[in-house]
Ligand binder design. Structure first.
Ligand SMILES: [Mg+2]
Length: 275
């Protein structure tokens, strides 16, 4: 239909499927940064938080949230009839703290915890992580610069302040994963995380897309990290669009440079002439 995401994609790339952008060479060639999908009343919008909506902070608890972010998201959520959710590796309380007073649907801890539009919270997984915690805390006790984050269904070992310890962190956590049932290792930006196996940002988006007001819309997801690749794959498999924020190989068919550029798109990307 004119003005819809798929309609726009067909105008831009008439011989390709919705949101398939031209590739110049190789499997990870990037489209021009200026080509971002048009949001309209048929969109379901999913957004990562750190590195996507806000710049990554040296200390995660000290992340700077731009003063207008809440109002941008509130207006957009209203335009999308509520079909806007945050999809992040952070804990739910963390996300609520940074978004306050705005309360949005969200998938926290890479999808292990989900809060839907009606306020219902689902804790999908709670693996036994005592051994993982013990190993991570012991490592942090031995090496300055490591930080352990214990969530309801995951343990994250951050090495942003000790990047030379990356291999050690990954090897130690991989060892404990081998003897811990139902968990898997996931690597992000300066963090190695142990979380429930089979749960990801991609599965979280699939869950949201079965629920109102998301169901029946075209999903768009923006994220910046390798942990967002499952979400790019999920939305694009549904005919939607993935937007990679920043550098790095990605399945996403769209790209923008940084969180500031993404926020500008969030402010201006909604087609307000649509009914
Ligand atoms: Mg991120």
């Amino acid at each position: 239909m004119p003005g819809s995401l798929s309609w726009l994609a067909m105008q831009l790339f008439p011989k390709q499927a919705p949101f398939t952008t031209p590739r110049t060479s190789g499997s990870h060639s990037m489209p021009p940064a200026a080509v971002l999908p048009q949001l309209d009343s048929t969109t379901a919008l999913f957004l990562d938080f750190d590195g996507t909506l806000v710049d990554i902070s040296e200390q995660p608890e000290l992340v700077h949230v731009p003063i207008d972010l809440g109002s941008i998201l509130q207006q957009l959520a209203a335009s999308l009839n509520g079909a806007l959710a945050i999809v992040s590796g952070r804990a739910l309380m963390d996300l609520d703290h940074f978004m306050s007073p705005l309360v949005l649907p969200l998938a926290a801890e890479h999808g292990s915890v989900q809060r839907f539009a009606d306020g219902h919270i689902a804790q999908l997984a709670r693996p036994e992580l005592r051994d993982v915690e013990r190993v991570a805390l012991a490592l942090a006790g031995q090496h300055a610069g490591l930080r352990v984050e214990i969530k309801s269904a995951a343990v994250a070992l951050h090495y942003r302040h000790a990047p030379a310890l990356e291999v050690l962190c990954i090897e130690e956590m991989a060892e404990v994963v081998k003897r811990t049932p139902g968990v898997e290792l996931m690597k992000g930006k300066c963090v190695v995380e142990i979380k429930a196996a089979g749960v990801s940002k991609g599965t979280a988006i699939q869950d949201f897309m079965t629920q109102p007001p998301f169901a029946g819309r075209l999903p768009v997801f923006a994220g910046d990290d390798t942990t967002d690749e499952s979400a790019f794959a999920a939305v694009q498999a549904m005919g939607g669009a993935g937007i990679k924020v920043g550098h790095g190989d990605s399945l996403a068919r769209f790209r923008c440079s940084n969180p500031a550029q993404l926020r500008r798109w969030l402010q201006t990307g909604f087609e307000r002439t649509r009914p």
